[in-house]
Design a protein around this ligand. Structure first.
Ligand code: ADP
Ligand code: MG
Length: 305
């Protein structure tokens, strides 16, 4: 019984967008728009592993959705709906109220509906979200399309979340707790970007996935990395460490031809875009600073946490 009262109390709001059948039946039912492909991804967070146990539940709800919408955006797709598989150690109504509010706040901002899920008891608080979106058939932007001569671009600023992890109480904590999936930019890049990834594990590693999938190399301009003011004040090696290896940015990194970049500039985009490098045919990732080769040592590509 408890399971049903949790679902009814916290996870059964009216749907925002076209859903034929949502929470309450054995499965949800959707009608795919004509000429669209389904884009689908999933992401699991475990308390104590992916976020500290004492994290604000509203932020946990927001971020659990946001990281999935970021993966949908990284394909050039429009997010449509999510499913939530929730494992709870106990029923804590204050926690569930704030968590569900954070989850719905993110859904509402991006026009996404919660259409189903599963609620179970388990010793560890675990949140698993599956997100669904649509993309015009054949238009999904893969990691594997980068071409020599492409510009490498990234949205927003990088390294903020990693900086915040190391500076508790800093205003950049907002960037760690409430990432903004770049949904509008992702869709705007459809038909323009050759390859794309969302930056979740650090820019260098995630760009590395594009390079490997595309069998190309790249040079990154360290002086062009978009940084928040707080990171600008750090010494070079430290700020590059945050920017390249930090993780949890949820920005979009994409490659695009110079001609298509000009077309992108004609569109209204709700986030800044920086050109940070170029793609070339010789494999590997190299760095330069102010146009001069720069050998960079940084502590691997792992998360700071
Ligand atoms: P079943 O036993 O058929 O798997 P459940 O009893 O688990 O169904 O779930 C009942 C309904 O509530 C289903 O429509 C399911 O998708 C939905 N649901 C269960 N848990 C959640 C949740 N945490 N968030 C959203 N919907 C949920
Ligand atoms: Mg069930």
């Amino acid at each position: 019984m408890a399971e049903f009262s949790i679902i009814d109390s916290y996870f059964n709001r009216r749907n925002l967008n076209s859903v034929d059948l949502g929470v309450g039946d054995d499965s949800a039912v959707l009608t795919p728009p004509p000429q669209q492909q389904l884009v689908i991804c999933t992401d699991t967070s475990v308390a104590g592993r992916h976020f500290p146990l004492e994290t604000d539940p509203h932020a946990i709800g927001w971020k659990s959705v946001a990281v999935n919408l970021s993966d949908i955006a990284a394909m050039g797709a429009t997010p449509h709906s999510i499913l939530l598989a929730l494992s709870l150690p106990q029923i804590d109504h204050a926690w569930l109220k704030a968590f569900s509010q954070g989850l719905y706040d993110c859904c509402d901002q991006f026009g996404v509906s919660l259409i189903g899920g599963d609620t179970t008891q388990s010793p560890h608080l675990t949140i698993s979200i599956t997100a669904l979106g649509w993309v015009d058939s054949g238009q999904a932007i893969p990691r594997s399309g980068a071409q020599p001569g492409d510009l490498i671009c990234v949205s927003g600023t990088v390294g903020d979340a990693a900086f915040a992890l190391n500076h508790p109480g800093h205003p950049l904590q907002q960037r760690l707790d409430y990432p903004s999936p770049r949904c509008q930019l992702g869709v705007a890049l459809k038909g323009l970007a050759h390859s794309m990834i969302d930056v979740s594990d650090g820019l260098a590693q995630d760009l590395g996935h594009i390079l490997q999938a595309s069998q190309v190399g790249a040079t990154l301009a360290l002086d062009k990395l978009p940084l928040s003011p707080a990171l600008h004040t750090l010494r070079d090696e430290q700020k590059w460490q945050y920017a390249l290896a930090g993780g949890d940015d949820y920005e979009l990194c994409f490659t695009i031809s110079p001609q298509n970049y000009e077309k992108l500039l004609q569109k209204q985009i709700d986030v800044s875009i920086s050109i940070i490098g170029t793609v070339h045919s010789s494999l590997g990732l190299t760095f330069e600073k102010n146009g001069i080769d720069h050998l960079l040592q940084f502590n691997g590509y792992q998360h700071f946490a």
